[in-house]
Design a binder for this molecule. Sequence first.
Ligand code: FAD
Length: 461
Amino acid sequence: MQSYDLVVIGAGPGGYEAAIRAAQLGMQVAIVEAEHLGGVCLNWGCIPTKAILKAAEQYDEVRRGVVPGLLAESVKPDYGAVIDASRKAAARLNKGVGSLMKKNKIDVFMGRGRLAGGRRVQVEGDTPADLEGANVLIATGSTELVLPGVEVDGRRVLTSREALESRELPASLIVVGGGAVGLEFAYAYAAYGVEVTVVEMQDQILPGFDAEVAQALAQSFTRRKIKLRTGTAYRSLELNGDQVSVGVESEKGEEELVASQVLFGIGRRALVDDIGLEQAGVTVERGFIHTGDDYRTSAAGIWAIGDVIGPPLLAHKASEEGIAAVEFMAGARDKPLDYSRVPACIYCQPQVACVGLDEAAAREAGHDVRVGKIPFVASGKAVGTGHTEGFVKLVSDARYGEILGCQIIGADATELIAEVTLAMTLESTVHELGDTCHAHPTLSEMVKEAALAAQGRAINF
Ligand code: FAD
């Protein structure tokens, strides 16, 4: 039996960052990983998808003639090479996490970890071991949700996991699920000329996002010839030779959609099975581990963070929770995380990025709402670089100009949102943001203009 101050189960962005922070705080740390250091994020999520999306965006721009003076008649995509590059990026970062573990003197155990009574963790796999922690942190994350009766074969029926290894593009694709994962794949495949149909049960794509943003994205996707079937529920799947036949139902009735492949992006399921939670007395509610604001579970000395404790299922949320959890453990923190400052981003084109309250939620919360909205077409940088699609929408409260949230759709939205997130962390106002000098020409000038617009004093729009 090897004893540690902390044993972390799962080395995704939540688990491995928690392990590093714990080491910084002076703890002896062990981390147990069943598959790959870096978890879903580095290996099967954030990183490989962004590598594919960037390549798709570049091909799309060249093909659509966004880059002036570039004759691109003979440009041909090599999708297999794109997948290879995305796997290389994942492998490189995976090695990087290994180096970080070494640098911080964290013992890595490759294998499946299971709670084995009290705070003991049994590891089965490449490095079998019996570990004991003064504290145990569960960071086992989540996996693709597959509907009953659906058999994923990686050829005609895929989830994101199989798509990330699939070097061949289908002629046509049905994406079931109009959330972040589904829309990112829909964009990338369509950019390479695949005929894409998205089936979404709710009345808008990006359910839960600002309706105006969702509508703008829907218009943009429609211009890109992506078919969007909102208000349409998936009902059944049949394989017919090289084709898939997807049964759907909408207010128009039932129908069959046919394509070469179907990709299910309908959500994720927390990995709570077979890790000894019940015997340890860890409460699971609606499929996720239940914790307090400080990430303690119902069992003494056992903590949990990341996807396994529930939405939003985002890598940066998992990391922040991991760091906060070990700081609580060490008595180095007393304030819970502020979830209103966790941004959510989608990396298709145009990109989408949001933080805090949208207009409807701010009104519902009783704020006297002031919205500053600036279209990309009002930005010199956006016009000069041919990225005029989209807008910045800043939501504030009239009384002191408090910034309540921001929604951006357009080029580099996922980078632009950081400024507003920082402003919210600093409890800044539209007055301060509007008075901040922004370099010209930059897309970030639109954030300043939106802050001015919220005060009725926009200059360039
Ligand atoms: P995970 O990353 O799931 O890591 C958990 C780890 O625990 C895994 O490595 C697993 O092997 C290991 N494990 C599980 N059980 C055991 C066990 N019993 N013993 C040992 N190890 C175990 N999020 C973003 O913020 N931005 C994005 O752009 C983004 N893109 C995404 C794209 C796709 C296609 C997908 C699927 C997800 C994406 N996400 C994105 C979500 C993001 O990947 C997750 O929110 C994030 O990885 C969660 O981190 P985690 O540490 O909680 O868990």
